[in-house]
Design a binder for this molecule. Structure first.
Ligand SMILES: *Cc1c(COP(=O)(O)O)cnc(C)c1O
Length: 405
């Protein structure tokens, strides 16, 4: 296996906008949880395209669905609906709290729709003063200007001119701060039930209950951003299902397409009716190719066997990481849920998550970080046991190298 050697990493700096700093490796082929680069070097994939490739690379159910739809119908625009979109919306509504679905192409777009819907709903029902959006420190909701402004890192939204207004950021899991900030002018509370990019930080059950009850008291909507936690990642179809809280709006993307761009915003009929004809839209939202892949993803992921398999694999990761830690003493904690796992570096290795990632690449392992202190793993939900074992052995070698300096 080899790629086109005329295409090199050096060209990236010549022809691409410099907003990313990709590694020297250029992957050309993937199968299951293994990936090969231009040189034929093999990697085990514990990153899953950042929680996207929920069934690994080139899963036969997904390539089959894409090929079949690719020979039938590619695109229509929203002047007509299509069968894959109708089927996917029906799957999503029949397996969640939701009654209505809006399709988009990315997590940020689904969140943008959720925020616009919340603002419109509040305006229609309660008037213009009810526009406050409450969000949380370290939250990540995407990179459009509205979603990045709602996200909890000002550095990502600074430097682009005047920001969308009436957004309040609070410490995550702080009930007292929420009680103090919320009022009848609050239109929505937006959060990730388990913060991903922010460092794999779970919402306390008591905090979630307070979010729900305070929102109800003040007629505010609860928006769960499940772009990273959704579609089996935590061992439930959606993470809210293992909490006592049901949101009013939920967004999904990443794993929903298993590597094909698609996103969805889910809500109730009562709320959805405020997105009247012409209020919002997307050229590609509900595209037949994307929805055909989404149907194939849900067919494989949304069954007890796959979801139970996520919890078994979580155990293997936890045990393997604990063993590595017993030997090398690098983590203060292994946290997260299902196959959204964060290994938190202890004070000796503070701020050095990237060193572990780079060392892993050297050993033939793809991993992720979540902030400077957390090594993150979001592998395929169906990664074979042998690949977990082999990947953890490679990770151990990487850890040994970092520890040895
Ligand atoms: C990745 C992510 C997003 C943004 O999704 P894009 O597809 O990159 O726009 C939003 N919210 C959460 C929680 C995410 O993890």
């Amino acid at each position: 296996m080899s790629g086109n050697k005329n295409l090199t990493r050096a060209q990236f700096d010549e022809v691409m906008v410099p907003n990313y700093a990709p590694s020297a490796v250029i992957p050309v082929k993937g199968e299951g949880s293994r990936v090969w680069d231009q040189e034929g070097k093999e990697f085990i994939d514990f990153a899953g395209g950042i929680a996207v490739n929920c069934l690994g690379h080139c899963h036969p159910a997904l390539t089959g669905a894409l090929q079949e739809q690719g020979n039938k119908l590619w695109h229509l625009a929203n002047v007509m609906t299509n069968e894959p979109a109708l089927e996917l919306a029906t799957r999503l509504t029949s397996s969640t709290f939701a009654e209505k679905v809006y399709f988009a192409n990315s997590g940020a777009e689904a969140n943008e729709a959720a925020l616009k819907l919340a603002r419109r709903y509040a305006l229609d029902k309660f008037g213009a003063e009810k526009d406050q959006i409450i969000a949380f420190d370290k939250a990540f909701h995407g990179r459009t200007f509205f979603t990045v402004s709602v996200g909890g890192q000002a550095a990502y939204s600074d430097g682009f001119g005047p920001k969308p207004q009436s957004i309040t950021h609070l410490p995550f899991n702080d009930v007292a701060a929420l009680e103090a900030a919320i009022s009848d002018n609050t239109c929505a509370i937006m959060l990730e039930p388990l913060q991903g990019e922010g460092g794999i930080i779970d919402a306390d059950p008591e905090f979630l209950k307070a979010v729900r009850s305070l929102a109800d008291k003040h007629n505010a909507l609860v928006i769960f951003d499940e772009v990273q936690t959704g579609v089996g990642r935590t061992g439930e179809l959606f993470a809210y299902m293992s909490t006592d809280v049901v949101p009013d709006i939920l967004t999904s993307a990443k794993a929903l397409g298993g590597g094909f761009p698609i996103a969805a915003m889910l809500t109730t009929t009562e709320i959805a009716k405020h997105l009247k004809i012409g209020t919002h839209g997307s050229t590609y939202g509900g595209n037949p190719l994307a929805c055909a892949v989404g149907n194939a993803v849900l067919e494989v992921v949304n069954n007890e066997q796959t979801l139970a398999g996520v919890k078994q694999r979580e155990q293997m990761f936890r045990e393997g990481l604990t063993k590595i830690n017993d030997k090398y003493d690098v983590f203060s904690e292994v946290r997260g849920k299902g196959l959204l796992i964060g290994a938190v570096l202890n004070s000796k290795f503070e701020g050095r998550a990237r060193d572990f990632l780079v060392a892993s690449v050297g050993e033939g392992l793809m991993s992720l970080i979540a902030g400077a202190n957390v090594v993150r793993f979001t592998p395929s939900l169906v990664i074979p046991e042998a690949d977990i074992k082999e990947g953890l052995e490679r990770f151990e070698r990487a850890v040994a190298k970092v520890v040895a300096g």
